[in-house]
Design a protein. Structure first.
Lengths: 258, 167
């Protein structure tokens, strides 16, 4: 019999950790889909390495969430036994890989944000979150540099690569607003010095984007209408398909280990 | 009392030496002590607990390293040894020993440079070829065969090589 969904006591702190963990796991899973398919060997290794970093970050955050919740859950149950509505990741990270440009633009938008986010979280009053952040920011610096170099190469490359990179930017732009949104519970954690206020990162994030996109001879969209929903569990149809693959083993053979 | 203390410190040294003999499964010339992954060995009676710091969040070698520490300690006569992972302070290549750097170079991997240059978005790095010693090298990919390595090529001898990237 397939394994049932777990119940999670979603206190603001548990939810806070889950949101960050879900971002990392879902984006890591998306990148792992390139394994064996990337346009060249070096990129195959790069995307798989970045996926590994992200999944490692997710594990630490899930472990922390489970410990904070203090119920019967653990990192594996949180990853494998929550349904789509229980996932709290950004809509951005669940978007399909598309072509190589779309994958790299998604990665660039996220890495530019995550790099600032982890650095800010290093001063969290919560010692575990600060430690996870200190580890993650070292990795995100490499992720951002990798993605930035590709944006420039694609934008300032051929007509075809330029057009595809611009199309990816235009397509994914509406999913970036959600990175800076916070709800009431998270606002309280920010006031307590535990969570990061993403609003304070927005102008620096935009500066990074403008610098790189400018050098790539691309442009950022002018429209500011933003799609939201991921943080409260309302996802695009893509996440359900992703989870059915990610969770199929544990759903079919509950408790299965290596 | 003095003898007890001496006995304890001797025992702790034995445990440390056993743990420190474990090598990185991906780079078998480096021990976890060379890498700076081995942080502490705590003795409580006959029980020993080893603290390690992961290199990269998702590095698959960490599980294997933890397992091999337990095996090494069991072999050295410690029963039910424990391995604890500590996240803070975060591991950095600045902790790699001089001995470790020397061994890496001899193995054909360029050792990590100081970590302060890591933040430069498009900063130029100068890495010396571990084969021929030339400084005329170029980066092929920031991500190599394992999390901790980047792929470089020497423009003088044309050999590709791994660079243990700073972190």
């Amino acid at each position: 019999m397939p394994a049932a969904n777990i119940q999670v006591s979603e206190t603001p702190l548990v939810l806070y950790a889950l949101r960050r963990a879900d971002d990392a796991l879902i984006l890591g899973h998306r990148l792992s889909e390139w394994c064996g398919h990337a346009p060249m060997m070096e990129e195959d290794m790069a995307l798989s390495n970045i996926a590994l970093d992200l999944i490692g970050q997710a594990r630490e955050l899930y472990t922390y969430a489970a410990k904070t919740e203090d119920k019967d859950n653990d990192e594996d149950k949180l990853a494998y036994l929550r349904d789509v509505r229980q996932y709290r990741n950004l809509l951005l990270v669940e978007q399909p890989n598309g072509d190589f440009a779309q994958t790299l633009v998604r990665q660039f938008f996220y890495s530019a944000f995550a790099d600032l986010y982890w650095r800010a979280m290093m001063t969290s009053r919560d010692a575990t979150l600060a430690a996870i952040a200190a580890k993650s920011e070292k990795e995100s610096a490499y992720h951002l540099r990798h993605a930035s170099e590709w944006i420039i190469r694609l934008g300032d490359g051929t007509d075809e690569s330029h057009q595809r990179a611009q199309a990816a930017i235009d397509h994914l732009w509406a999913f970036t607003g959600e990175m800076f949104a916070v709800d009431e519970g998270e606002r309280a954690l920010i006031h307590a010095g535990i969570a990061v206020d993403p609003g304070t990162l927005r102008s620096r994030w935009l500066t990074t984007l403008s610098d790189v996109v400018g050098e790539a001879t691309l442009r950022l969209p002018q429209n500011d209408w933003m799609q939201q929903g991921g943080r409260s569990g309302r996802h695009s149809e893509h996440l359900g398909h992703l989870l059915s693959e990610l969770q199929s083993m544990q759903r079919t053979f509950p408790g299965q280990t290596w | 009392m003095v003898t007890v203390l001496e006995h304890d410190s001797e025992l702790r040294q034995r445990a440390w030496d056993a743990a420190a003999s474990v090598v990185d499964p991906e780079i078998p010339v480096l021990t976890i002590a060379d890498l700076g992954v081995l942080r502490d060995v705590v003795l409580d009676g006959d029980h020993v607990e080893v603290a390690i710091t992961p290199t990269y969040s998702g590095c698959p070698a960490m599980n294997m390293i933890a397992l091999e520490i337990e095996v090494a300690l069991e072999r050295a006569g410690f029963r039910e040894p424990k391995v604890r992972t500590v996240l803070s302070p975060a591991w950095t290549t600045d902790w790699m020993s001089e001995e470790g750097r020397r061994k890496l170079h001899a193995y054909g991997i360029a050792p990590p440079q100081s970590s302060h240059s890591r933040r430069a978005l498009f900063g130029e790095q100068a890495v010396t070829c571990p084969q021929c010693g030339s400084g005329n090298t170029e980066v092929l990919s920031e991500f190599g065969s394992t999390s901790c390595k980047a792929l470089w090529r020497c423009k003088s001898c044309r050999e590709p090589f791994d660079y243990f990237k700073c972190h």
